[in-house]
Structures are given as C-alpha cells and as structure tokens.
Design a protein around this ligand. Sequence first.
Ligand code: MTE
Length: 324
Amino acid sequence: MLIRVKQKSDVASHEITPQSVYLNRRAMIAGTGLIAGSALLAAPRAHAALQKGPGVNTPLANVKEGYRKLGEKDAITPYDAASSYNNFYEFGTGKDDPAANSGKFKPLPWSVKVDGLCNNGGTFALEDFIKPHQLEERIYRLRCVEAWSMVIPWIGVSLADVVKRSDPQGSAKYLQFETVVRPEEMSGQRSKFILPWPYVEGLRMDEAMNPLAILVTGMYGEAVPNQNGAPLRLMAPWKYGFKNIKSIVRISFVEKQPENTWKVTNPGEYGFYANVNPKVDHPRWTQASERRIGDFLRRDTLMFNGYEEEVASLYAGMDLKRNY
Ligand code: MTE
C-alpha cells in the first residue's frame, strides 16, 4: 500500500450527503410504504436491488436497524464514492481498478466452507449460511491504513452469532478467513507479484466475538457490489481497512495466529492486530490524522477509530506500540 496522492476519483466536499439528509430521505421513503419495518433503513438505490436483496434473496424489510452511533462530523459517504474508490488487489492495485475490472466476477451462487477446530462446520450455500441470523444495518466508519476514511451503512450478520453456531472447540484461539481464488475472473490474481493468493486475514477469538464485528452482505440498502467484496466480507470497524477481507469463501477455527497477507508481505509495516491507533505512525506516514473521502481538510484520527469504549478492554495490558 502506497502513500496516496490525489486521484481523479476524489469526491468534492459539496457532494457529501450530510447524515441528517440521508436519514431523512430514508425516513421519507419508508413513509411512502416503500419499505416496511424500520423507518431508518437505507433506501435501495434501484428496484432491481430488491430482487437480489441486501442479503441473499432477503427482502429489505427483514433487515433490522442496528448500531449507528456517529459523531457530528460523520456524514455518510456517497454511494458513488464508496463503490468507486476501493482497495481490492485481486482486481488491480489502483483505486479505480476494482470497479473497472470486477464486472465479470460472479458472486452468486456462492458457498462458504467452515472448518478447523469446531463441531458444526461444513460447506454452506451462502443463503443457508446467512439464513439463521438476523441481518442488521450498521453505520460504521472505515479507516484505511493509508490514512483515508469513509462512513458506510453496511448490512450484515453478527460474526459472534456465526462463531457460536459453529460450536468452536476449546483449542480454537483464532478465526482465519480466506478470499476466493478465481484468476479467470480476477485479473490481479493472474500476477504473482501483487500479493500471495489467496488473501488471508484473521481475528483473535475474543475479537471475533465482539458485538461490533459483522459479516457483510449488503451496503446502502442493496447487495454489496463486487468491488466492495461481494457477496460476503468482514467488517471490524476498529481495525485498519486491510483486516476487512473481501469475497470470503473459507472461515477456519485455528489454534495459531493466522499469517495474514499484509503482515506476510511487508512485516516491517503491517501487523496482525492492525488496530487504528493515532499514536503509532506507519513507518512511512503519520496515523495521527486522516482524510475523509470528500473532505478537503484532514481530521484527527480517533483511537480504535472511535470505538474505544466498545473494544479497548480486548487489549488491556497489551503493548499497543507495534500494533499497526
Ligand atoms: N480484501 C481482499 N481480498 N483484497 C484486498 O486487496 N483490501 C483491503 C480490504 N479487504 C483487500 C481486501 C483494504 S487495504 C481495504 S482499505 C478495504 O478492503 C477497502 O474496502 P472498500 O473497498 O470496501 O472500501
């Protein structure tokens, strides 16, 4: 990951949708009866999106309103920015590449393998994998290790619920996640020089059990687009973005700390924990501040990306200095 210079896809600050406008718009649409259930759920951008749904064949009405604690300056990032400025090296290393090159990727049908140290593993069709769980809309900040950030309304299921259903054995200390390998559909995977494939990430078991961690199937009221990690990706909002692995096909319960891709690729710059920490700079740039996509001026980065209250206890007594 390189220091970012201004890109043509940058969004001007006047294009930002203030949170209040976004929420009002959604409430208005709910008022017209287009959305049954919660008044605050994201309006689908197109009717076609409802066919596919924010989960897999899940009507939006079945999505519950979840966590949405935001600061005053946290406007929701416009959909067009969140879906056109991406990191997904399987489709190329440029920010525009994932949207430009992922059109041929087929997110459905999809299956997820759950294996390793658990009693209730198996290979599940995505529909069956999601069905036992409540889909929720959660609005989270996303802070990339490259020092840019966004605010995105995700739709997903609690990772803790998925872990519980898998019935982990006592020896399982970590969860390991893997991205699909399909070089025929993912042009970046045809090169061995970009990253070692598959992309791998992991969480410690207690991190995976934290209520903030979700497995995402949708965003902005519709199915998550290919460039954002269709059809299933992780979101642990207190960590740098690279932990949030996309297009997951395998979840393994393991005893040893997973060898996550960016740590293996560049151990001097990236670690396993990767908790957002404004006091620990990246070796090549500051992490004290960040640029919210759409803003001109940088803003201060918050400890644990503003989720200190929810997650700090996970790291009590740990040396956070080499935690990037
Ligand atoms: N997952 C895979 N499989 N491949 C990737 O290159 N990039 C990561 C993460 N997940 C990446 C990935 C990085 S660096 C970031 S910042 C986030 O995805 C970006 O998510 P977004 O494109 O939805 O904003």
